[in-house]
Design a binder for this molecule. Structure first.
Ligand code: GAP
Length: 434
C-alpha cells in the first residue's frame, strides 16, 4: 500500500486534498493520470450497466435533496455508526474498530466512553438563513435520487419490469475514522444501480446480479480472480433497508478482505416509504394482473475510489530486469490513463522531435497519447511502465529515412519496427485485442 501511495503522488494519480494547508482528513484530489483512470472505470461500468443493456437507463440527480427524503429513507435515524472517545487522548473511534479495549492511538486500556450513535450525514443550509428550516444534507448515497425519480423515469421511458435505473455520482459521509488511503473517504463516488423487479422475483434477480457483478471485475477490470470473493452478510450486518445482501470483496494487500461493492435486496422499502412520506403514488401498473404494485429493488452499489485502489494494487508489479528494479502497472489497456507514449530517442535533434510531435498529433484523436522528451529513453520507458502505458512509440534517427518507428510493449518489453503510416491501425488492433 505504501508503494502505491508514493507512486500515486509522484506520478500524478492522487494528491492529498488541500495539501498546501495541511490537508483535510478523508478528502483526496485526483491528478492528471488519476482522473483518466477514474473516468475509465466509470466508463466501463456505464457501458456494462447502461449502454450494453436494453433494460437499464441512466440518471444524474442533485446531491442536495429535500431533507424529507432522508426522513423517508430512514437515514436520519438509522444511518449511524457506534462511536467511542478515548478519555486519555480524547481521540474518537468507531466502536467496532476497538477490538481489545486498547486505544489504537495512545495505548490506554479500558479508557473509553460509553458507545454513542453518530449520524454520518454532512449538514448544510440552503439559502441565506441558517436556521432549522434551512437545514439540508449532502447525500450519503446516490440511490435516493433514483427512488424519488422512479415515476418520472417510468413515465418518460415507458419501461416494463424488470428494469433498472443507474447513476454515478458523489456521496458524502462524515466517517469517524477515514483511512487506508482512498479506501474510506468522507467524499467519494458511487456507481449504483437500482433494479426494479416484481415482488417474488427478487431472490432470483439478486443471485443474477451477484454473479453478473462478480464476473465484471474479472472480465472488464481484469482483476485477479483469486483476490476476489463473494460474502453473504449475516443479519446483524445488514443495512436498515435490506432483507439480504452480498459483498464483493477484494483481498487488499496489507489490509485483507474488504468490500468493493454491496449488492442488497432493498425489497419495496424505499418506494413504500416515499409513498408514505410524499403522498405520491409511486406504483407500477402490472398489465398482466391489472394491479398497481410496488416493485422490489436489487441494488448493486460500488465505490469508484475503492475500485480505483484495487485496480492499482492488482496491477502493481516489481521485477528485476538486467539487475535493475522495474515497476510496472499491468493495467488492462482499457483502464490505462495513457494508451500510447511517443518518445524521441534524441531530444536535441529537431527533425526527430518534429517527427515525434507529428506522430503524436496523428494518434491523439484516436487514443490518449502523451509526448515526452524530458529524459533519456531508458528513464522514459520506466516512467511509462510505472503509469501503465501499454505501448511506447520511439522515433530515432533511422525513422527519418526509413519512415518506421519502434513500438515497445509494456508487459513483455518486446519491440517491433513498424511503418509510420501503419501505426494507427496497428495500435488500434493491439489495444482492441488486449
Ligand atoms: N446505496 C447503498 C450503499 O450506499 P454502501 O455499502 O454503504 O451501500 C456502497 O456503499 C459502496 O460505496 C461500498 O461498497 C464502497 O465501495 C463505497 N463506499 C461506501 N462508503 C465509502 C467511503 N466512506 N469511502 C469510499 N467508498 C465508500
Amino acid at each position: 500500500m505504501e508503494q502505491i501511495v508514493d507512486l500515486c503522488k509522484q506520478r500524478g494519480f492522487i494528491f492529498q486534498g488541500s495539501e498546501i494547508y495541511g490537508g483535510l482528513g478523508g478528502f483526496w484530489d485526483y491528478g492528471p493520470l488519476g482522473v483518466e483512470l477514474k473516468n475509465n472505470i466509470k466508463r466501463l461500468w456505464w457501458k456494462a450497466i447502461v449502454h450494453d443493456r436494453e433494460d437499464v437507463v441512466g440518471l444524474d440527480t442533485a446531491i442536495i435533496m429535500n431533507p424529507r427524503v432522508w426522513e423517508a429513507s430512514g437515514h436520519l435515524t438509522e444511518f449511524t455508526d457506534p462511536m467511542v472517545d478515548c478519555k486519555q487522548c480524547k481521540r474518537r473511534f468507531r466502536a467496532d474498530d476497538i477490538k481489545d479495549q486498547t486505544c489504537p492511538s495512545c495505548g490506554a486500556i479500558g479508557q473509553f466512553t460509553p458507545v454513542r450513535r453518530f449520524n454520518l450525514m454532512f449538514k448544510t443550509f440552503v439559502g441565506p438563513v441558517e436556521d432549522a428550516s434551512a437545514l439540508a444534507y449532502l447525500r450519503p448515497e446516490t440511490a435516493q435520487g433514483i427512488f424519488t425519480n422512479f415515476k418520472n423515469v417510468l413515465n418518460t421511458m415507458r419501461k416494463k419490469l424488470p428494469f433498472g435505473i443507474a447513476q454515478i455520482g458523489r456521496s458524502f459521509r462524515n466517517e469517524i475514522t477515514p483511512g487506508d488511503f482512498i479506501f474510506r473517504d468522507r467524499e467519494f463516488e458511487q456507481m449504483e444501480l437500482e433494479y426494479f423487479v416484481k415482488p417474488g422475483e427478487d431472490e432470483r434477480w439478486h443471485k443474477y446480479w451477484v454473479e453478473e457483478r462478480f464476473n465484471w471485475y474479472i472480465q472488464a477490470l481484469g482483476l485477479r480472480a483469486e483476490r476476489l470473493r463473494i460474502r453473504e452478510l449475516p443479519k446483524e450486518e445488514l443495512a436498515h433497508y435490506a432483507k439480504a445482501a452480498y459483498e464483493i470483496e477484494y483481498d487488499f494487500p496489507g489490509k485483507g478482505w474488504a468490500e468493493l461493492e454491496g449488492i442488497a435486496n432493498r425489497t419495496d422499502y424505499d418506494l413504500r416509504r416515499h409513498i408514505e412520506f410524499s403522498g405520491k403514488e409511486l406504483f407500477y401498473f402490472d398489465e398482466e394482473t391489472g394491479e398497481h404494485i410496488i416493485p422490489y429493488v436489487i441494488e448493486p452499489s460500488a465505490g469508484v475510489d475503492r475500485l480505483f485502489l484495487a485496480c492499482l494494487l492488482d496491477a502493481y508489479h516489481e521485477e528485476e530486469v538486467r539487475d535493475r528494479r522495474r515497476v510496472v502497472l499491468r493495467l488492462k489497456p482499457a483502464l490505462a490513463p495513457i494508451k500510447v507514449a511517443v518518445l524521441p530517442l534524441l531530444a536535441n535533434r529537431p527533425e526527430i522531435v518534429s517527427l515525434a510531435r507529428e506522430i503524436t498529433a496523428r494518434l491523439k484523436p484516436k487514443f490518449t497519447t502523451m509526448y515526452d522528451d524530458t529524459a533519456s529513453i531508458g528513464r522514459l520507458y520506466r516512467r511509462q511502465d510505472e503509469i501503465g502505458t501499454p505501448y511506447c512509440v520511439t522515433v530515432d534517427v533511422q525513422s527519418l529515412t526509413d519512415h518506421q518507428v519502434t513500438v515497445r510493449e509494456r508487459d513483455t518489453m518486446e519491440q517491433i519496427r513498424v511503418p509510420i503510416d501503419q501505426l494507427p491501425r496497428l495500435l488500434e488492433e493491439k489495444l482492441a485485442l488486449a
